[in-house]
Design a protein. Sequence first.
Lengths: 228, 608
Amino acid sequence: MYGVGIVKGMGVTFKHFVQTYADDLFWLARGGRYYNDEALDVRQSLNGRGAITVFYPEEKLPVPERFRFIPFLVTDDPLPGQHWGHDWCTSCGICAKVCPPQCIWIVRGKLPNGRPKPEPEEFYIDIDICMNCGYCVEFCPFDAIKMDHDYELASYDRSTAHIHDKERLSKPISYWREIANKRASAEEAARELAKASKGKRRTKGDQTKPAPTLSDNHARQLPYRGQG
Amino acid sequence: MKLGQPMDETKVELADTEQEATDPVEFASTKLKERFPDDILDDSRERFSGLIVAVEKVEEIAAYVKDELGFNYLSSVTGVDLIEDNKMEVVYHTYSIDQGGGSLTLKVQVDRENPVVPSLIDTWPGADFQEREIWDLFGIHFEGHPDLRRIFLWEGFHGHPMRKDWKEPFFEADQKPFGSRWPSGNITRAEEHNPYGKNVKYPENWTPENVDFEVDAKLYAGVAMTRDAVPGLKTDKVIVNLGPQHPSTHGVFRMVVTLDGETVLELKPVMGYLHRNHEKIGERNTFIMNIPYTDRLDYISSMSNNHGYVLAVEKLMDADVPERAEWLRILMVELTRIVNHAWALGFLLNDLGALQTPMLYLYIERELVLDLFEETAGSRMMCNYMRFGGVAYDLPDMVRVQPTMSFLDDLINKRLPKALDQLDRYITNNEIFRSRSIGVGYLSPEDAVAYSTAGPVLRASGVPYDVRRADPYSYYEKLDFDVAVRYNGDIYDRYLVRIDEMQQSLRILRQVMGYIKETEGAPILSGKAQYAIRVKGGDAYGRVENPKGELGYYLMAKRRASSPDRYHIRAPSFINLTPLGKMAKGHKVADIVGILGSIDIVLGEVDR
């Protein structure tokens, strides 16, 4: 019969329509469907029902640890009374070499005798050009550059505000631990391990013991597991 | 075998025994050499494959390859600038639809100064846009092509940019990384070197103000404005420009339509509004830099774009891929296929008048899949996930608030099948949708092959050709799935074939889940992660069954090179547009939108 298909289809629409209100009622006594973190988690999960709109910017979805946006430079936590911590960057230039759109510009530091100093004099990222690929992070041997989670970078002036200099880029390691805790601790473990094995090789190479490895839980947080 | 007909059992057996005896490609090239002993040479360069064909005989050889040897599908045509030998090369990749297997690659070399190659458009109409692309980017003239206009760039563009000696106005160096970035990288912006108003070079005797130069003259040529449709009644033919700014074109795409009343007499696609010369950028890049760029081709299915590219480079490197990485790749690629088809069908229905609602219902599941991508690779759409010899990350512990494996289980076994059933109930039998789509935009199986269409468009016309089965890559051989195929070749069948494909993808995903659990904790990358990759060289063509059709990457590199000499993309959306004019002819204006929607294009890939 003509029209049966349409009516059945409208049934689907009606179900969706009702589900949102049913979900509203369900959350009524539990703090509301909107502006409620608990409800947001359920709404955006596999158990979500009805409309799944997020009321940005009042509501914001949490971003995952691996989320990548414009990179930042890691520094030590500043000592009390100091403004800046020590840069982790050694200005080796790997990030600038691997960057696909070539948006990283580094001026390498110089010692008074003219030899290169393992510290960047200046460091720029043109965020108009950055494509958020994350290669700089993957290939940085010193964990000195990380992808940020701060995606709200709109500004009024493209020509000046969108070139991030060293001051704008530098953030302390505690910030990285805050936004990507699991990854930060895995990286710490990996650094410890590298340090320990380096020390051991220098003193006495004990060949019988298997080399210590990163725990599985840590390894899965890092890129390229299984390299070696 | 006649296309679109069920296979004859006896013939299948025959084909099987033949295949056992020799590889179809080898068999064909031996035959070809026997038939044209003086005109065919093996490509003797180290690690190169294919046959070099004499330019005078190329039409004859093409006809023989197509009709006698059964290599009836011209997948890709591309130009290569061999500046060191002072030659231009055109490379044809032909495949056999019936036999499957690898490609019979034909190469034609001509002089670089005045390159002229006969057009193969009579043998393979699918060469139409691809030859225009080569003319546009390389300046190789195709003799006998009826409409050899520039396809991406406009008439006021100076030179042919893919030639090795052509340099962009902001040219810095032939290859990245640029020396200006480190160790003394005092930042300058591109517009400082290249101020607005002074960054364009025009052809000789040409200025933008020159009114004698009619940009679209060739495009509108041949349209007579008046005629007698009904005796005694004078009617006008009207030219309508659909696009470039038109929501139904899914981006910036223009269709020049000649109308008689509401009926389409002729349709010419015009593209290039999003052209950025991806291939030139790719040849400046090192190998690894190209992976995030491939994300931006067909930005709906970035995971499978990555896959095709890494396959091609792995061929150049002879790299192995660990087992878990292969399963992760298939997991991601098949989820991408579902995401893409959900998007494509949503927009198809949008185009046909079911505005927004079905699209948004399909988005719900798409968002969930993208959540997984974001947790795994760090980005929802620009995934940049695959690497040479593996993938970048293992699966995460959690996807939002749920452990990953249980998330995947629920997604694949509960949520997605339910969504597909819902879509089926919602739209498939909708009478309005059926009357808008059945019988509209017909493409016969013979035309589908001749016009080099791929993917759902080809399979909806009754040609059961799927790269995953015909020329298996990755671990698809180990997986049990059917090639979705429908036989009517209209919009409705293209809709159905996409639903079938999603069902098959779910079937694959269920099998892959088992392997993912088995290989828990295994390495995901072979060798050490490297950014300065050197390849063994030669040429390679890596192709995958992208959601939109066959995506191919043709790469050429020297020994120990860090970046490709030639980087070409066989873009399915682009080539699937070739028969658009044919499909639209005789239909109404409103149908054009539906027909275009059923092809499923993404302009990032069409224009590159």
